[in-house]
Design a protein around this ligand. Structure first.
Ligand code: SF4
Ligand code: SF4
Length: 272
């Protein structure tokens, strides 16, 4: 079954796949397990590379949000794959998750050998560095486990040095761009001086794993979804004119137009 699932994932250009028993995972949302009726069994964990060739200088948003919202990619993936698995293995249950998952995805990925845990708290893979989304298929079937030791990054400290704001405002710029409501003057200044309308990638860009994966040419996503409908630079005019349907497909839509527009107005010097 594991090889079958790996073959199916490969059709989506998903190459880094491993598995664990559910007992080896950290269960963080048990109600999601109850909901899918899987009490024990296995988790097939995989990473989905998303980085496009748009460079840092060509965008004012985090690279993960340049493409359409990755939740739509996963929804299509699971809507395609889960029925195939149910038909192939009618005596087993299957459920797909990303992000809002019953398990701690970074822990599961690291313990199953997909990558190391970085000082920046991200999962870092050799092939794609940290420019990945993590997904998993849970099943009540018992599959071989690749559990091992959790490894950490080389701890070079470059991400801490590259972080533009921790010393200034004591808060990640990425979280700051998601904060609702009025910002303080120093928070506004941080957004403006670092040209961040949504998110920040500096601690990923400087990481030696990223530098190596770029040099090796492995870092970029070959998945069509992440290379289409790119919107690397936002302006308030562009966002205001997005239809509800267009806006809904962007990764920042969950926060609403108001927060994104506030950040853009700060960048454009238009704030009231
Ligand atoms: S995302 Fe940016 S602001 Fe946040 S920790 Fe990384 S470098 Fe610092
Ligand atoms: S920049 Fe260095 S310390 Fe930071 S995550 Fe990468 S390897 Fe680890």
């Amino acid at each position: 079954m594991l090889q079958f699932i790996k073959n199916e994932l490969a059709k989506f250009n998903i190459e880094l796949v491993s598995s664990l028993s559910l007992e080896e995972c950290k269960i963080t949302r048990p109600y999601l397990l109850e909901r899918c009726g899987i009490e024990s069994g296995s988790a097939i964990i995989f990473t989905v590379p998303y980085l496009t060739s748009v460079s840092a200088g060509e965008r004012n948003i985090s690279s993960y949000s340049v493409s359409r919202d990755y939740h739509f990619f996963f929804a299509n993936l699971f809507d395609t794959l889960i029925p195939i698995l149910k038909e192939m293995y009618p005596n087993n249950k299957f459920a797909g998750f990303t992000d809002h998952s019953p398990i701690d995805e970074i822990h599961a990925s690291a313990i199953s050998g997909l990558g190391v845990i970085g000082k920046n708290h991200l999962l870092i893979t050799e092939k794609y560095s940290s420019y990945i989304f993590i997904g998993e298929i849970l099943t009540d079937a018992i599959l071989p486990s690749s559990a091992g030791e959790i490894k950490e990054c080389v701890n070079c400290g470059k991400c801490l040095l590259a972080c533009p704001v921790s010393m200034e405002i004591g808060r990640c710029l990425s979280a700051l761009t998601q904060k609702k409501g009025e910002l303080t003057d120093s928070e506004k200044e941080a957004i403006k001086s670092h040209n961040c309308a949504w998110g920040c990638d500096r601690c990923q860009e400087c990481c030696p794993y990223t530098v190596k994966a770029k040099a090796n040419g492995t870092i970029y996503s070959k998945i069509a979804f992440f290379n289409e409908a790119l919107t690397p630079t936002l302006t308030s005019e562009l966002v205001e004119n997005m239809s509800d349907e267009e806006f809904k497909h962007r990764a920042y839509s969950w926060r609403g137009k108001k927060t994104v527009l506030r950040n853009l107005e700060i960048l454009e010097g238009k704030e009231k």
